[in-house]
Design a protein around this ligand. Structure first.
Ligand SMILES: [Mg+2]
Length: 402
């Protein structure tokens, strides 16, 4: 009788095996040696209002504050990631990231899931969602950027792409502070620039204005142009149902955030009652919050935001869950990150086109024929611009430059 050990006969044993293993480990092992965190304040051209402003709950938005993480390793690899906040939270995200970031030094940047856990435990006292998670997100995105750059691949390819471009729609032209004539002009310009669909803000205190504006745009554009509307959580349940029924005639791609972001039961009732798909999820700040709404049947289209839910690591966990349930996704904002994640999602998503972030980077995304294209640049494919440096209001550095 022959005993087998499961080891090939040619396998090295003894000191030779140890040396080979050490050489292999040497080839793949790297260490995070330096981290720079920056708080970058991006001014907007004009104050921006959605329904939350018209109902008096928020002030017009004048800037977006970015938490940028730049990570360098012993072997000379680099990654850049970002998270963001609107209206409030920028200094808090930066402060939390600065407190937990020391645990990064010396970690192997390839072990992203392990690092995510380590950062979460470092700040566990303030929770595993919201601002705490968003502070981790900037680092997590930087680590994925670094891993893809190291592999010499665009992030979409590192993850495994289903397509090289993703359909895209414009949001920034259809805010509520913009007169309807300008909204129609903006829509025309977006379509000329290769964007494939138009989203309009609704949810005004006078519902008749919503109907008038959306109808005006519908009539001004080619009937084949896909349209969406976004109420930014400002309807109550009866109003959302009435508005949803009125908008059924306009063949919308979706109705976004008709209700409070955490109203799972209300969204589920709408999703069951209307033919127009219900989209929601941009305000949620963890995978667990998304799962609660998904399990309630609240959304036909889930709108995750990687920076808001803890970065790419968490987004991929959520994407596995939505794919398993055959749910479409339309990631919110941050197209520079979401283009890659959307390209790697089996059911074709929509990516939200916002050109606000363009001044932060030296490179721009290509959009044509209604689609946004993944570039062949490795990683996310972006480098921070001099303008981003000029808008930096705070930095923190940890470790030593290699
Ligand atoms: Mg929205």
């Amino acid at each position: 009788m022959t005993m087998t050990t499961g080891r090939p006969a040619s396998a090295l044993t003894g000191p030779g095996a140890a040396l080979l293993a050490a050489a292999q480990a040497e080839a793949t092992l790297d260490r995070i040696s330096h981290v720079r965190l920056s708080s970058v304040v991006l001014p907007l051209g004009a104050p921006v209002s959605d329904a939350k402003v018209l109902t008096g709950r928020q002030k017009p938005m004048t800037e977006v504050v970015f938490l940028v993480a730049e990570i360098s390793t012993d072997q000379g690899f680099e990654g850049v990631g970002f998270s963001y906040s609107k209206r409030a939270g920028g200094p808090g995200q930066f402060a939390h990231a600065r407190e937990i970031a020391p645990v990064l030094i010396g970690e192997d940047p390839s072990d992203i899931g392990k690092i995510w856990s380590k950062l979460a435990w470092a700040g566990a006292s303030v929770g595993r969602s919201g601002l705490a998670t968003q502070a981790i997100a900037a680092v997590d995105v930087a680590l994925w950027d670094l891993k893809a750059r190291r592999a010499g691949l665009p992030l979409a390819k590192l993850l495994g792409a289903h397509r090289d471009s993703v359909r895209t729609y414009n949001t920034s032209g259809g805010f509520l502070h913009t007169p309807i004539e300008e909204v129609i002009e903006n829509a025309g310009r977006s379509l000329e620039n290769g964007i494939g669909a138009i989203k309009l803000k609704v949810g005004q205190p006078d519902w008749r204005l919503d109907v008038a504006r959306v109808t005006a745009v519908r009539e001004a554009l080619d009937p084949d142009v896909p349209l969406m509307v976004d109420a930014n959580q400002q309807w109550d349940r009866p109003t959302a149902m009435r508005m949803g029924r009125i908008f059924e005639q306009l063949d919308l791609v979706w109705i976004e955030e008709p209700l409070d972001a955490y109203d799972a039961e209300g969204h589920a009732h709408l999703a069951r009652s209307l033919d127009t798909p219900i989209a929601t999820g941009e305000m949620l700040s963890s995978v667990a919050e998304h799962v609660r709404l998904i399990d309630a049947g609240a959304s036909d289209i889930v709108q995750p935001d990687a920076p808001r839910i803890g970065g790419i690591t968490q987004f991929l966990k959520l994407a596995a869950y939505t794919e398993n349930k055959q749910i479409e996704i339309a990631p919110h904002f941050a197209m520079e990150i979401h283009l890659h994640l959307a390209a790697a999602y089996p059911l074709e998503p929509w990516v939200e086109h916002f050109d606000w972030l363009a001044p932060l980077f030296d490179e721009q995304l290509e959009t044509r024929d209604g689609r946004m294209y993944v570039s062949d640049r490795p990683g996310l494919g972006f480098t921070l611009s001099e303008q981003a440096r000029a808008w930096t209001v705070a930095t923190a550095e940890l470790g030593a430059r290699p």
